[in-house]
Design a protein around this ligand. Structure first.
Ligand code: NCW
Length: 480
C-alpha cells in the first residue's frame, strides 16, 4: 500500500457522453440535436465525420457493460440524449417513451452487473428544436423552464435507481466554444467583434448565466420532490486547467494565473458557492456579464451536493499589458506551454488543449477545496490522448503504456490530495471507456481504454490501460 490512499468505498469507473458513443441518430423517435446539425456544416469537424454511427453504443449496451465489468469498474458515468427523451425538447412537447425505456433498461442492466450509474443530464447535445425555436441558451427564461421540465422527466423515470446526478457537463465549453469561437455547436461567432455601435461579445456570458439558473432550477426540483425518497445527490461538472505563473517572481503573472482560474472555473463555481460572479470578471466584462436577481441567487447559491471535476491540462500564464479585446474570454493574458525558465509544462498529446501534469491536478483540487470550503468532489473526467495514436498498427496501439503511466501519475496525485492535503474526494471516472467521436477533432483523437475499430464494424479491443487501471485503484483504495 503506498503512503497516500483513497478512502474506503471510493467509486471509480469510466465516463462517456451520448453523442460521442451512441450513433442511431434517428432511431426510436430521436430527433436532431444541435450537434447533428453542426456536424453537417462543412469544415466544422476535422475529418468531416459526425456521431451518426460513433461506437454504435445504442445497439451495444450489453457489450459496453461487459467491458466495464472486465475492467472491474464500480461506476459508469454516461449522459442522456435529451432529444431521445423529449425529441423536440420543450415542456409542451411529447415525451418519447421508447427513448426513456432504452435508458431505464440500461440502468437496470448496469445494476444487474453491479455497476453504479452516474447520469449527466446535458453533455452538449441540446435538442435542435429548442435552438431553432428560441435560440437555446440565449433565451434564459425558456431554456430554464425546458431544462427543468426535462430534468423532472428524468428524475421521475429513474427514481431511486440513480443516486448520482450531474446537471451540466462543462458549461464553459458550451458557452465559449459554442457562442464565442464557434468551434462547438451551435457554432455562433456572430458578435465576436465590435459592431458599429461599439458593441462587444455578450452571448457566451448570457449562455453561461442560463446554464447556472437552469442548474439551480433542476437542483431545486430534485431537492423538493425527489431527493428525500430517492436518496441521491446532484451537482454540476466543471472543467478547468491548472495554471502556473510564467514568471513566478512577477506579481502580475501570479495574479494573472489566478485570474485565469476565475474566468475558467469560478465563473460557475463562485455563483454556486458564493452567489456572485468573481470580481475579476465583473471588472473586465462590466455589464456584459449578466446580474443575478435575488431570486436567482437563492436558486444558485448552495446548489451543489458535490463538485464534479473534469481535469486534463495545465498552462503557464503571462499577463498582458494591453487592454482586453472585447471577445477575450480568458482574463486578458497569454496561455503558454513553456515558462520563463524554459520548462515545458507537459508532453504534447493529440489534442492541442491537453498537456499532462499530474502535480497540477493535485494543486487544482486543493485550490478548489480551499476556495469552496471543502466540498465533496467526484472527479467526473480525466484521461489522455497520444499524439499519433491513431496512426499506430493495432498491436502497438493496444500496448498503451503512456496511458497506464498517465493514470498512475494522476491517481497517485489524487491520493496525495486526499491523504496529505485533506481533500474530500470520493470518486473518479476515467475518460473514456471507449475511443469515441471527439467533437471538432472527429475520430482521429482516441481517448479510450478500449480501441474501437471504426472501419471494422465498431469491434472493441481493450487496451493495456483497461487491464491496468483497476490494479492502480486497488493499490490506493483503503480496504477498511
Ligand atoms: S473537448 C473536451 N473534452 C473531451 C471530450 O471528449 C469530453 O466530452 C469533454 O467533457 C474530453 O473531456 C472534455 N474539452 C474541451 C477542451 C477545451 C478546448 C479548449 C479550446 C480553446 C479555445
Amino acid at each position: 500500500m503506498p503512503e497516500s490512499y483513497l478512502p474506503k468505498g471510493f467509486l471509480w469507473g469510466f465516463a462517456t457522453a451520448s453523442y460521442q458513443i451512441e450513433g442511431a441518430p434517428h432511431e426510436d423517435g430521436r430527433a436532431d440535436s444541435i450537434w447533428d446539425v453542426h456536424c453537417r456544416i462543412p469544415g466544422k469537424i476535422a475529418d468531416g465525420s459526425s456521431g451518426d454511427v460513433a461506437c454504435d453504443s445504442y445497439h451495444r449496451t450489453a457489450e459496453d457493460i461487459a467491458l466495464l465489468k472486465q475492467c472491474g469498474a464500480k461506476a459508469y458515468r454516461f449522459s442522456l440524449s435529451w432529444s431521445r427523451m423529449i425529441p423536440l425538447g420543450g415542456r409542451n412537447d411529447p415525451v418519447n417513451e421508447k427513448g426513456i425505456q432504452h435508458y431505464v433498461k440500461f440502468v437496470d442492466d448496469l445494476h444487474a452487473a453491479g455497476i453504479e450509474p452516474m447520469i449527466t443530464l446535458f453533455h452538449w447535445d441540446l435538442p435542435d428544436g429548442l435552438q431553432k425555436r428560441y435560440g437555446g441558451m440565449l433565451n434564459k427564461d425558456e431554456f430554464v423552464k425546458d431544462f427543468e421540465n426535462y430534468a423532472r422527466v428524468c428524475f421521475m423515470a429513474f427514481g431511486a435507481k440513480v443516486k448520482y446526478w450531474i446537471t451540466f457537463n462543462e458549461p464553459w465549453c458550451s458557452s465559449i466554444l459554442g457562442f464565442s469561437t464557434g468551434l462547438f455547436a451551435p457554432g455562433r461567432t456572430s458578435d465576436r467583434s465590435k459592431s458599429a455601435e461599439g458593441d462587444s461579445s455578450t452571448e457566451p456570458w448570457i449562455a453561461g448565466h442560463s446554464f447556472l439558473i437552469a442548474h439551480g432550477a433542476a437542483v431545486k426540483a430534485y431537492r423538493d420532490d425527489f431527493k428525500a425518497k430517492d436518496g441521491g445527490q446532484i451537482g454540476i461538472t466543471l472543467n478547468g486547467d491548472w495554471t502556473e505563473p510564467w514568471d513566478p517572481n512577477d506579481p502580475a503573472d501570479v495574479e494573472a494565473a489566478t485570474r485565469k482560474l476565475e474566468f475558467a472555473i469560478s465563473w460557475f463555481g463562485d455563483p454556486i458557492y458564493f452567489g456572485k460572479y468573481p470580481d475579476s470578471m465583473r471588472k473586465q466584462l462590466g455589464n456584459r456579464l449578466p446580474e443575478f436577481t435575488p431570486e436567482e441567487i437563492a436558486l444558485v447559491k448552495g446548489s451543489n451536493d458535490f463538485y464534479g471535476m473534469n481535469h486534463y491540462c495545465a498552462n503557464y500564464i503571462k499577463h498582458k499589458e494591453t487592454e482586453p479585446e472585447p471577445n477575450d474570454f480568458v482574463g486578458n493574458l497569454e496561455i503558454l506551454m513553456v515558462n520563463k525558465a524554459g520548462d515545458i509544462i507537459g508532453p504534447e498529446t493529440q489534442s492541442l488543449w491537453l498537456r499532462p501534469y499530474p502535480l497540477g491536478f493535485r494543486k487544482l483540487i486543493k485550490w478548489l477545496s480551499d476556495r469552496y470550503g471543502g466540498p465533496t468532489f467526484y472527479v467526473t473526467e480525466n484521461g489522455t490522448s497520444l499524439k499519433g495514436e491513431n496512426d499506430l498498427p493495432l498491436d502497438q496501439l493496444l500496448e498503451d503504456d503512456f496511458r497506464c503511466e498517465y493514470f498512475r501519475g494522476y491517481i497517485g496525485a489524487l491520493a496525495d490530495a486526499h491523504a496529505i492535503d485533506g481533500v474530500d474526494v470520493r470518486g473518479y471516472m476515467a475518460w473514456s471507456l471507449l475511443d469515441n467521436f471527439e467533437w471538432a477533432e472527429g475520430y482521429e483523437t482516441r481517448f479510450g481504454v478500449t480501441f474501437v475499430d471504426y472501419a471494422g464494424d465498431q469491434k472493441r479491443y481493450p487496451k493495456k490501460s483497461a487491464k491496468v487501471i483497476g490494479s492502480i485503484f486497488d493499490q490506493y483504495i483503503k480496504k477498511e
